[in-house]
Design a protein around this ligand. Structure first.
Ligand code: FMN
Length: 195
């Protein structure tokens, strides 16, 4: 099972359509997916209460993330796509990643050693970022802001999909080259998690 997530505020925007293409590729390869648009979920950013340290789950909030945690745990594959907002992921994606903090086990040393309970399960990820500007540098930290935490949580990032020069809502639909690359990424992810 693949969990596909995008974090754009725009319904039917470029991230939405890229996600649909990645999941279509996975479907062609025979892998089921669950599609999530973070704007449809109401959830708080992590408040650093550290209650999850003992509880091994987020007990501070019962919100949209409560619905997503079981999917995160069950899915062998994760697709995470964000438009570039101010050189970074959107606030929805950042809050989503921060709320995965409850998957860490920490030691009592300072600085605290840590290990992710999602690690060691062969979980794989595809990440994508969509920017209006023309140069890779205009994406700023967007791909790093997804890859670094996902690797820390124990995912192997198998494909990165940076897309430049797209501004209008859903204009990616007119760029078959981007959609084809996205479908390939979905097929590859399906193959990687079934290997
Ligand atoms: C608040 C905001 C900040 C943005 N910041 C950037 C940026 O730093 N660099 C860039 O190239 N595009 C930036 N953009 C443009 C979007 O990345 C671009 O329109 C993208 O296609 C939106 O994807 P979506 O349809 O999935 O939302 C920004 C757009 C918004 C609304």
């Amino acid at each position: 099972m693949i969990l596909g997530i995008e974090g754009s505020p725009r319904n039917k925007g470029n991230s939405h359509k890229m996600l649909t293409a990645v999941l279509a590729g996975a479907q062609e390869a025979g892998t089921m997916s669950h599609e999530v648009h973070l704007r449809d979920y109401k959830y708080e950013p992590c408040v650093g209460c550290e209650r999850c340290r003992k509880a091994k789950a987020c007990t501070q909030f019962k919100d949209g993330m409560t619905l997503l945690y079981p999917h995160i745990e069950q899915a062998q594959g994760l697709v995470l796509i964000s438009p570039v907002h101010n050189y970074n992921v959107t606030a929805w994606v950042k809050a989503f990643l921060d709320r995965m903090y409850c998957y860490y086990d920490f030691t009592d040393t300072r600085p605290r050693g840590w290990a992710s309970r999602l690690a060691g399960q062969g979980k794989k990820a595809v990440i994508g970022a969509i920017a209006e500007q023309a140069e890779k540098k205009d994406m700023g930290f967007t791909l790093d802001a997804m890859r670094l935490p996902l690797e820390a949580f124990g995912y192997e990032v198998v494909t990165e999909l940076p897309v430049l020069r797209l501004f209008d809502r859903g204009i990616i639909a007119q760029h078959e080259e981007h959609l084809e690359r996205a479908r390939y990424a979905g097929r590859d992810l399906a193959a990687a998690i079934s290997a």
